[in-house]
Design a protein around this ligand. Structure first.
Ligand code: URA
Length: 230
């Protein structure tokens, strides 16, 4: 039985949060991180593709470990010019272990085709690697716990452009809570990488009249990718 103080400390360490203890306070007795959590405290920074994939597959940083069928790592070209970031796996993705394979995925495929790209020429990932139950929005703590996996994927791919599809992906990547309408239509800069926000393909399925705006976002992204400026 793991002592609750130890467990709390281990979770905070696993999430990369420094823990300050009052001077002289005994560190939780033997101050041992339980096995599974100790493994997760491993820095993701510096992992190669296969190590990162294993780390994601074994992740239990948040409660979604209990409800997921499997993790959904991401697919595509490992050194792609374009990186697409969505929200989180849905039911079909959770079943198949691949992002954007449901109806929204078909819409994303169409968007990619329109700009001369395909699922094989880009890298597709999500903010969360696990499906939230009943497709609810990701909780902030879940996005935080998962963020360094996405950061490492971005660092490994080194894309020329990141396309954030939908509010959740854009807000998480840019660290704001603006609506998509305010974030789209211009270029952003994510640590030197140009980033463009557009509507989520599932939203475009519900509101096809917005497709023309999404098309202009894709054209902007195409231009920024070829200019190589953020
Ligand atoms: N919606 C997303 O944002 N990501 C997926 O992988 C599927 C649907």
């Amino acid at each position: 039985m793991v002592h609750p103080d130890h467990q709390r400390l281990a979770y905070l360490q696993a999430m990369g949060i420094d823990v300050w203890l009052p001077r002289g306070a005994a560190e939780p007795a033997d101050h041992v991180i339980p096995g599974a959590l100790a493994a997760e405290a491993t820095a993701v920074e510096g992992l190669d593709w296969s190590e990162l994939r294993q780390c994601v597959a074994a992740c239990s940083r948040c409660e979604l470990v209990q409800s997921r069928r499997q993790t959904v790592f991401g697919v595509g070209k490992q050194d792609a010019d374009w990186m697409i970031v969505g929200e989180a796996p849905g039911a079909e993705e959770d079943r198949r272990g691949e992002p954007f394979v449901g109806r929204a995925g078909q819409m994303l495929d169409e968007m990619l085709r329109a700009i001369g790209q395909s699922r094989n020429s880009v890298f597709i990932a999500n903010t969360l690697k696990c499906r939230p139950p009943n497709n609810r929005d990701p909780k902030p703590a879940e996005a935080t716990a998962c963020r360094d996996f996405l950061n490492r994927q971005i660092a490994l791919v080194q894309p020329r452009i990141i396309l954030a599809v939908g509010k959740i992906a854009a807000q998480n990547l840019l660290g704001c809570d603006d609506p998509v309408g305010r974030m789209r239509g211009r270029g952003h800069n994510l640590n030197g990488i140009p980033l463009v926000v557009t509507y989520h393909p599932a939203y475009l399925l519900r509101s096809p009249s917005q497709k023309s705006k999404s098309w202009s976002d894709l054209c902007l992204a195409n231009r920024l990718a070829s200019e190589g400026t953020a």
